[in-house]
Design a protein around this ligand. Sequence first.
Ligand SMILES: N=CN[C@@H](CCC(=O)O)C(=O)O
Ligand SMILES: [Zn+2]
Length: 451
Amino acid sequence: MTRSTSRGRSRPRADLLIRRAEQVVTLDGHSKRPVRGEIREATLGIVEDGAVACVGDRILAAGGTAEVEAAVAWDAGTIVIDARDRVVLPGWVDCHTHAIYAGDRAHEWARRLRGESYLDILRAGGGILETVRATREADTETLVRATVARLRRMLALGTTTVEVKSGYALSVEGELRLLQALQAVDELVPMQLVPTLLGAHAVPENHRASPDAYVELVTEQMLPRIAATPGLAAFCDVFCEDGAFTAEQARRILRRARELGLGLKVHADQFHATGAARVAAEMGAVSADHLNATPPDDLAAVARAGTVAVLLPAADLLARPPGPAPVAVMRELGVPMALATDHNPGTAPVESMPLVMGLACSWLGMTPEEAVAAATINGAHALALGHEVGSLEPGKRADLVVAQAASYLEIPYRLGVDLVRVVVSGGRVVRGGDGPEASAGLSPSGEEVEV
Ligand SMILES: N=CN[C@@H](CCC(=O)O)C(=O)O
Ligand SMILES: [Zn+2]
């Protein structure tokens, strides 16, 4: 139902008003620092009978329905969504993906199920290197089209901010091409896309005999070339692992990236304790990701540095590292935790953040409150975007999810069930609107609307 109002002319006008939600999970008050330690329901900033009003691509107000409706004006042009029986949350922040690639590795997954190891397959020239061959062969239009399709499916499941790493080209021109293709993708998908250079994802086959020469190529040619174009990459990442790059090589690459003004991320200790998490902490990386094999002392260093631990339960399930990420130890040490899909063709063909939240709770031992914070505000901090996304507060990007649920608990609990009914990204309703008061521009069936 849309309503015109003569009252409150001086009140700011809303383009979009979502009202009468069972719960609005605001996550407010955490824009400066990630949440960590014991996370209680109060930390989530839940408002019952809640509303969110937006104008343009920004949030105008979030709180109780009566309070929000008293604070804003709306008219016949305002889209009004009734959220009775529904929960409103910030759009998911998927802060670790490898979503630009060609080819498929289901056959490798089947080999791993029969007992082969991920790293042995990589050492034999498969794994990441197989995807590198397929990606190098694919034309840019094909890569853009495939990536857009993946990101649109993620968007329909509520992901409104997504980090995408390059890393399947492993040459200066090839990595540049992937990051430029991501700029084209960014124009075609209404999400916030954060690009990361992962030129040090694996040692390419032509440098097998001299990995240090490849590290030098990354530090002396690839990084300066990419950093010379503002916006091409926000972060530099390194896969620090036996069979990929050593802690010392990672340090060299990250140091150079930092000099050139890029933020830092590290694929750390996924299979072995390599010292990578400690390097991430020392270098001031915004995140250290995976952390399956990180010793407690190194996790303590991560906590002290305020580096966000990005946990990737789908990869934990499919890649078979020595064990799942040690959530209880991280909680105890005060390591801030975020969650991401790790979408990639080898170890995580997953696109759903709600599924990842479910795995994080029922398998890794996160509490539902930790999972919600990890998929929203802490994911934002893992991208240095805590001021911009991850919570429902006035001035932040109007990114939100409306889920068919009486409580936020149902989202991680109902493993594999798509409860998302409405997705708003940058103020645009990109999916849904099938509620009784759905109005202009909304698809009655709950299908994705034209984006
Ligand atoms: N472990 C390194 N990189 C990816 C996997 C990439 C691949 O296997 O293609 C990850 O984060 O899990
Ligand atoms: Zn990864």
